[in-house]
Design a protein around this ligand. Sequence first.
Ligand code: DGJ
Length: 432
Amino acid sequence: MKKNKNSSILSVAVFSVFSLLGGGCASQDSGVNTAEIIKYSDFNPAQVLLDNNGRHVNAHGAGFLYDNGKYYMFGEHKVGGTVGNRALVGVHCYSSDDLYNWKDEGIALPMSDDPDSEIIRGTVLERPKVIYNPKTKKYVMWMHLEFRKGKFAKSPKLEHILSESPDYRTARVGVAVADKVTGPYKFICSFRPQAGVYPVNDAEKLKAFRKELDAKNPNWRDCDLNKNCPSKEAVVRGQFFLRDFEGGQMARDMTLFVDDDGKAYYACASEENATLHIHELSDDFQGFTGRYVRVLRGDYHEAPAFFKKDGKYWLFTSHCTGWAPNPGRISVCDSMLGEWKELGNPCRGEGQKKSRTRPYSAKPDTTFLSQSTAVIPVQGKKDAFIYVGDRWISEDAIDGRYVFLPIEWENGTPIIKWYDKWDLSFFDSDKK
Ligand code: DGJ
């Protein structure tokens, strides 16, 4: 990390959630403490990453898009404290020429104060991802939503948001579009995917299982993880899937992926997070073709992030442990809608020697205290991919850090190792 010769110290207002009391709009000028402007020439995983204004980059659960010669990062703008895990501001966008230095491009999708909006302030809005559709010339953002509930669910006031918990049974996906990469994005709608549609890989087995369930117990739909939880075998065979068949499938942790042939895919943790669904997107990238698959059934994968190398598709995911880190997972397949296979934890080595004071270790068994969110293909460098993970700080959400690490290879399988500092010349070396 190098200080810019002309660097100056900037006073940055400390963002206070209390500025929201009474329902006023949150300022986009939020940030963490007073900070310096730094010109970076390397990655410093899990250190505070300052933007062009000297503020901590605020884009968690991020997605990345390369567009017209620049990288764009879109993520959850968090505020301080645990309430910061609710979306009080919106989706924040940054741009970069080199992946080290990020310019604040503002809030691409603001949360709404409209009581009838599906993205009213205080909703849970997570893991936004943006892709560009060359046919419609629109930028399309997908995001995971959990609605507010209770008597104040239509109030944008912080005191009301603080008095309630989100309705984690929502499990919907939302779509927004924009004409410009940086927005503003217009929220279109949210939905539960594939109501009444069977996946292409499991349709017959699911129909047969439904008959079996109907014959055994007419109340088999009355189940979730806490109530009448089905056996692992029944989860794998699709009891949660069948429960949600008519109303649409649960849609939680998500990502988007655009293949070389221009086809796009949306993947999400579904069926109470037990099974991933991968959906082919329609030509305008705003809906589905109806072709989708259930994969890694009953294995509880979250935090999906795809990339492709030499015709093989790779998928980083995590286990399901809330905000707490867990061992990462890498899976592989020959096609997006094929039968994915998990190969275990891709993390190797000692990890981070001096990690922050948390009750976890920054070692391979915690994915170096991170959870996957995206893989960035580096432009202009062959086979150069960067793993990006969130180091969540759930008790003070705004303080969450970003872990950028180079993807390396071990017997043809992607792995990641910890580096306190590294730069893109890494991909020029034989370490790759
Ligand atoms: C893990 C998910 O990956 C995050 O995006 C977030 O939803 C947390 N769970 C909430 O506990």
